[in-house]
Ligand binder design. Sequence first.
Ligand code: SF4
Length: 253
Amino acid sequence: MDANANIAAADGVNLGVAVHEVTTNAKMGAISVTHVAQASCPTTCPLLRAGCYAELGNQRFVTDRVNVAADEIHAAPYELALRESLAIRELTGKRKLRVHVVGDCTTAGGARLVGQAMVDHERKHGQPAWVYTHAWPEVEADDWVGARVLASVHSKTELYSALSMGYRAFALATPRHLTRKVYSFDRLDVIPCPAQFKTRGSRSTTCEHCRICQNVDRLATVRRVVGFEPDQHTNRLIKRHGQHAGARWTDLF
Ligand code: SF4
């Protein structure tokens, strides 16, 4: 994934934030990305430092690096957001930007900083920037100051809670996709992420070429949510938690 990519930060030092001009992540394609230490994540997440997807596979190398750096300086979420926003501004803006491959903004002030940097990224060359957030119970959609943000939810009930916080676009953790077409889950119309399918051994598309998540206005208009099925690592976690903790599979996202 991004383990060998250059690490950029506001002051040129990795202080809990890694921003890559071009990721090597096969699912995303040639786009820019940000990674922020998990000290920025909601403490309510059941997988925080306990098997989150960002702690698995090649991604764990980047996650470990930003986590260690942030832990050394006891970085607070707002401080991480400030560093991230400055690092985003160092990007060329010539590529799409996926914010928070790992990390989140759990404070309104942090969301404002990162959201404004995302909006300004788009102004450079018209390339969309987008982010998913699990922190929607604490941070209102307006706090993202117009950035493209999708609330990550696990059920229709959560979706309505996020709606009350002003969110209009949603990412939903689903079980295995039933089909490549739009399908119904928990009485929601789900667009399965096309990058999770392969055609003749090759990934069907990447975020570089797909616009589904970036088109938050369209998602709101058609009232559809973007669905993500668990990968192999997460499936193993589901089985383990199911056996040992009695957790719902949706607790794992
Ligand atoms: S739906 Fe499209 S933009 Fe969203 S994650 Fe999947 S490939 Fe990327």
